[in-house]
Write a protein that binds this ligand. Sequence first.
Ligand code: CA
Length: 227
Amino acid sequence: MKILLVEDNNELVADITTYLKENGFVTEKALTLREAVDRVSVYEYDLVILDLGLPDGDGLEVIGKLREQEAETALLILTAHDSLDAKVKGLNMGADDYITKPFHKAELNARIQSILRRKFAGGSHILKEGGLQIDLNARLIKAKGQLLNLTRKEYDLLLFLVYNKNRLLTKETIAEHLWGDHIDQADNFDFIYNHIKNLRRKITSAGVEDCIRSIYGMGYKFVTDGS
Ligand code: CA
């Protein structure tokens, strides 16, 4: 899952970024409104964490930009105590939730998990697709009741495929979402192939049909409708 953190407080950015990384998220940052708008125009994010008080303008403009692009990005607003108006305005504009500063990082993580569950798993923390049972809280995947021994990247990759089931994900998109924006300059994406190969081996050896389709020269698709 790829997150864009829009926040002008450097210390907070460093702190949150470290924490999110530890929790398995790829995190990019934008310190100004300008930077945030540029980033959401070019890259796709699963979630944007948005501070509304930015040095060069109102963070709410980022929401407008996302809606304009019809992005499916989830949105969590960071607000100061006294900015009830902005909070309400943000929620009205389609933000998924807000969190008031100062907050505990565990609370931030809980909000993020809850947004992602609502958005991708219909509110449950157990997601069932293609013979797999994914526990989003524990970050574990079972196939036919058997726990798959996955690396962190394999888990993230499989979850990303499942979240986007029946949709072609290009290698570039997968690389960006799992490794971050800097990866789009990579010469080739063979490393993704290797992760996919390992995933397939682990899934099929648990006796479950492999639902990952390779689309030659393009990317991968997690197929659940038999096509
Ligand atoms: Ca601020």
